[in-house]
Design a protein around this ligand. Structure first.
Ligand SMILES: Nc1ncnc2c1ncn2[C@@H]1O[C@H](COP(=O)(O)OP(=O)(O)OP(=O)(O)O)[C@@H](O)[C@H]1O
Ligand SMILES: [Mg+2]
Length: 388
């Protein structure tokens, strides 16, 4: 096996991870479906492949014989990961974690049925008839999602009878791959939504970062802030759920575990076995080690003596306003970062789509700062940037 790391997925999270890995002297091959992807811009080498094509994946693994295979996205032919493990490769955090989390059914049944973790009530459907009866069982309002999708694709809230058929079709159209199955979940009337970044280590205890609060629109990430104040009882419960689920999925790495916090307690929603988009807030220096540095250290088996909260921070997204195949032009950057304690990260994506995430603005201050004011500061900064 070579000393190389193969990164599967080369978006903004991959880019920051590659920077962290390069700082630790690593050699990284960044893969994605198009050339010039953000992580490729900072990696040693790149490969353009369809990561849902198992044979293409096999070829890249055989060619580079990496010491680590590091997924950065969900949409990969993860079934192949099991055979890479059998061949002696290390998949981060594990083949099981990557495979289970790309399918809502696998991870939901593991959490709710096998581990007894509290989730929204749910039902599955493979036809309109089943879908109607699932909605009837769960009750309205409820949320429909394709089993395989991310960033809110194909997801909708059903409030009345009239929404049911539309919602079914929308879920099918937004489904990734060949799996035509939908989950219907009870709508959780949460007051706060958090990500708990969890670090599992091969030779050390499981560590938790301070909760990250976040806001989603169209099922997609808009802004996140850390720390997010929640009741210590809720935090403890969420940490216990993180420990259970990550232990069952196995492996070392950082995990973004998503929870809804309602008046009646904590609900596990889903998790990603890799750096999480809401964790970009750690780029504001909120912690001694960012989520990318934590991931890099733990997958390399390096020590993490402690995780400390250094300041309060917010990250707010900069979205493209239209589709274009031309190189995006950013305006308003100097206006956006003219105030102290603000910053920006431009991802360097070569083209745009409506609502494509192109960058984030960051704002930070002392730990006990007024978080609402800091959130406003970060989102105001983001609103000054436009992408044409
Ligand atoms: N059962 C629910 N009740 C209330 N809100 C929900 C529910 N399920 C999802 N949502 C809202 O939609 C958002 C996206 O849902 P979810 O995380 O399941 O989808 P996703 O497509 O996997 O998103 P991503 O991959 O970007 O994390 C959630 O963060 C939450 O704001
Ligand atoms: Mg989510």
């Amino acid at each position: 096996m070579s000393d190389k790391i193969v990164l599967l997925g080369s978006g903004e999270l991959g880019k920051e991870l590659v920077i962290a890995l390069k700082r630790l002297g690593q050699f990284v091959i960044a893969c994605d479906s198009y050339a010039g992807a953000p992580a490729m811009q900072v990696a040693d080498e790149f490969e353009v492949i369809d990561m849902l094509d198992g044979d293409a994946l096999d070829k890249v693994v055989a060619k580079h014989q990496p010491k680590l295979i590091v997924p950065e996205i969900e949409s990969i032919r993860t079934e192949r990961f099991y055979s890479y493990e059998k061949q002696g490769y290390t998949v981060v955090p594990s083949a099981k974690a990557a495979n289970f989390t790309m399918n809502r059914k696998l991870i939901r049944d593991l959490a709710a049925k096998d581990l007894g973790v509290r989730t929204a009530p749910y039902q599955y459907a493979t036809s309109l008839e089943e879908f109607k009866s699932a909605v009837a069982k769960i009750g309205m309002p409820c949320v429909a999602k394709p089993l395989m999708s991310s960033s809110g694709k194909g997801q909708s809230v059903i409030k009345t009878e009239a929404d049911i058929e539309k919602s079914w079709q929308y879920a099918l159209d937004g489904s990734r791959g060949d799996l035509m199955e939908v989950i219907v979940e009870g709508f959780i009337d949460f007051h706060t939504e958090i990500t708990l970044l969890t670090v599992t280590q091969n030779n050390g205890p499981t560590l938790f970062c301070a909760p990250i609060g976040h806001r989603q629109d169209r099922g997609d990430y808009m802004e996140s802030w850390q720390p997010c104040a929640i009741r210590s009882k809720d935090l403890k419960e969420a940490q216990d759920m993180c420990a259970k689920v990550t232990e069952a999925l196995t492996g070392a790495g950082i995990w973004g575990v998503e929870f809804f916090i309602a008046n009646d307690g904590v609900y596990f929603s889903e998790l990603s076995p890799r750096p999480h988009d809401t964790g970009m807030v750690t780029l504001a220096g909120t912690q001694n080690l960012s989520e990318f540095e934590l991931h890099a250290r733990t997958i390399l088996g390096l020590p993490i003596p402690e995780i400390t909260q250094e300041r309060a921070g917010v990250s707010a997204v900069i979205l493209a306003e239209a589709e274009s195949s031309e190189t995006p032009v950013f305006t308003g950057i100097s206006e956006a970062i003219k105030d102290p304690k603000t910053d920006i990260r431009i991802f360097g994506k070569p083209t745009t789509r409506l609502y494509r995430r192109m960058g984030v603005t960051l704002a930070y201050d002392e730990i006990n700062t007024d978080m609402d004011a800091l959130r406003k500061k970060a989102t105001d900064c983001a609103s000054k940037v436009s992408v044409k």
